[in-house]
Design a protein around this ligand. Sequence first.
Ligand code: UFG
Length: 346
Amino acid sequence: MKNILVTGGAGYIGSHVVVKLHEHGYNPIIIDDFSNSQHSVIQGIKNITGKDFKVYEGDILDQSLLKKIFGNHKIEGIIHFAAKKAVGESVEKPLYYYKNNVSGLVSLLEVVKEFNVKNLIFSSSCTVYGQPDKLPVTEETPKKPANSPYGNTKQIGEEIIEDTINSGTTLKAIALRYFNPIGAHPSSEIGELPLGTPNNLVPFITQTAAGLRDSLTVFGDNYDTPDGTCIRDYIHVMDLADAHVRCIEYLEVENSDQHFDVLNIGTGRGNTVLEVINAFESVSGLKLNFKIGDRRAGDVEQIFAQVDKSRQILKWETQHSLTEAMRDSWKWQQKLSNKSSSDSVS
Ligand code: UFG
């Protein structure tokens, strides 16, 4: 069975990818420092798969740990998630972001070169496009200057990988530019676990509905969109996870040396914030307490993907609707809320 190293494998997207890798006959090996994830995720993965995958607790900046992992296992490919991801925090702590996301990647790539690992998938983001002049965005849409250190780390990350490949290694890599991942595993064994107040829309919606937050503020309703609220391309995390595994399978049969490519991973559809709230209300049967507030600094008005290239290369289609994603997010939140109320009783 082929070993795939998943850095950040206990995180939101990483954990769903671990499950999908197993379903496709791979042996995922996890490295995670648990700085933004919880050990309970590993139990959730086990409950779904019935397997205990090898977990290394540590940081990708620790090259002695990386060398130990590559020495212990023949690694056929790497899916690299381990990175910080909060836009606002990156503005406050840029060096923390450059250290983790950029130095962390360099640290990983040095060891990748030393051990001649062939295949790498990099977690990138549609943030590299900024507010595009034309929609939907294709992979050829010009990048705009990043509007946060976080966004910059994704742009730089792609460039570092491409330069490394061009310098003459046997490495092949694909950067997946994610749009907005939402939803949870349908079993509710794993899902998003935001630390503290969520920055993202969907966990904020579900936490408000669960009574953990008083109300949701919709950041602006005076944009040039059909209902005035921002448009994003919301993709179910299971579809996103599926794209990663297909990408690993594709890289395994891709023969050219020095292969680097970028792929958009979204649904190809845009939804407004109010449409997401409506979808939530219809699956939950609840009225969400929300108010319209000011625009949030740094938000782009609208962005959604063109996904023809990933469909064609990965032979991949999204399977889950916005409604299903909201249903799975809500089920997951209800499970978390039930667990925390039973924990506080016991
Ligand atoms: N929103 C609200 N209220 C909230 C939270 C969000 O109205 O409490 C709105 C935002 O203004 C935006 C939409 O919901 O219009 C989505 O916001 P998210 O924070 O969920 O997602 P973003 O599109 O802002 O950010 C995501 C990723 C980032 C990435 C960015 C790239 O979370 O990591 O896409 O565009 F950088």
